[in-house]
Design a binder for this molecule. Structure first.
Ligand SMILES: C[S@@+](CC[C@H](N)C(=O)[O-])C[C@H]1O[C@@H](n2cnc3c(N)ncnc32)[C@H](O)[C@@H]1O
Length: 320
């Protein structure tokens, strides 16, 4: 059996690679899943250029609000790492999400497809902050909207560092099941590297060229204010890295983004190191777009290895 997959907000393809499987990362092989991506879209043409250089199928560069359900083939799983916009819950009784501008709330685009295409499963992903957004009111409403779209819903906060990834990245995964039996059978994956996290040093490169180092001036400036602020976030390479973000393209010593301190010199990560930290395989091609765009797409991605584990647990309920 093959499960057809539609991917909204596919970015450069972290979720898509994870659900597809068949890749190597840090000497482990992540086996192929019985899945086929039949439709993928994102409106960031730089991210989709990277995507299309790495998958045999192609994604569309398109605003998902303009994707009609008629454009999408029948599918079994809908994916969506929906953008983490702030949700507006104005004083309402009962409270509702985004009542003023439902179109602006991209999470509703997933509900629209769930209601019309009725796939057997969906997997949504978002930042930890979603749980506390709008004084903790937004998250239950999102779950309610998914349920009202016809799904039984389970969710869990997972940390990629617990799954063999050298990065502490906490993300909420929300899974939806059309059938109650599937819902009852599913369990989220158990942590596999809780006690033995993979250290950042495992994925760092050697012989880093000068342009990745901060100038003496930037370092002096940072040192002058460091006693006052939490700046110069140099990482302990014996531990997993702090969360990397799309800001990596603009990382400065005066921001809170992770940097490295090596032999007394501060530097930023290379795009390849950022991809390594996010658990993309070595043969994942980045070079088709500028380095700024690479950092952005990689920083936005769902770690493929974490997504593989979530998908693998989903595959378990189909094969048992
Ligand atoms: C968190 S990232 C998704 C990461 C991706 N799922 C991955 O694993 O690599 C959110 C993505 O939503 C895309 N996006 C935001 N608004 C969009 C829209 N209206 N239509 C299509 N894509 C959109 C952004 O370009 C970004 O790539």
């Amino acid at each position: 059996m093959t499960l057809n997959v539609t991917s909204f907000f596919c970015g450069c393809g972290g979720m898509d690679l994870g659900i597809q499987g068949n890749f190597n990362y840090l000497k482990n092989f992540y086996k192929k899943h019985p899945t086929k991506i039949v439709y993928a879209a994102d409106f960031d043409s730089y991210a989709t250029t990277i995507y299309n250089n790495n998958f045999s199928h192609k994604c569309e560069t398109k605003d998902v609000r303009k994707v009609s359900d008629k454009d999408i083939p029948a599918h079994d799983i809908l994916l969506g790492g929906f953008p983490c916009q702030s949700f507006s819950i104005v004083a309402q009784n009962p409270p509702r999400l985004g009542i003023k501008d439902e179109k602006g709330q991209l999470f509703f685009e997933m509900c629209r497809i769930l209601q019309t295409k009725k796939p057997r499963f969906f997997i949504a992903e978002n930042v930890k902050g979603l749980l506390s957004a709008n004084k903790k009111k937004a998250f239950p409403l999102i779950i309610k909207h998914f349920e009202e779209s016809g799904y039984f819903v389970k969710w869990k906060l997972l940390n990629s560092a617990d799954f063999g990834v050298p990065q502490k990245r906490e993300r909420v995964f929300i899974l939806g099941f059309k059938n109650e039996k599937d819902y009852q059978k599913f369990s989220f994956p158990e942590a596999i590297t809780k006690e033995n996290h993979v250290p950042l040093k495992t994925v760092l490169q050697d012989n880093i060229i000068e342009k990745y180092y901060f100038s003496d001036r930037a370092v002096e400036g940072m040192k002058r204010v460091q006693h006052k602020m939490n700046k110069g976030r140099s990482q302990n390479i014996e531990l997993p890295c702090n969360t990397i973000s799309a800001h990596l393209s603009k990382v400065s010593l005066n921001s809170t983004d992770p940097v490295l301190l090596e032999d007394g010199k501060y530097r930023r990560f290379t795009p390849r190191e950022a991809a390594n930290i996010q658990s993309f395989p070595d043969d994942f091609h980045l070079e088709s777009v500028s380095e700024n765009r690479q950092y952005r797409a990689i920083g936005n991605a769902v770690p493929p290895v974490l997504m593989w584990h979530v998908s693998n647990s989903l595959m378990d309920i189909i094969t048992t």
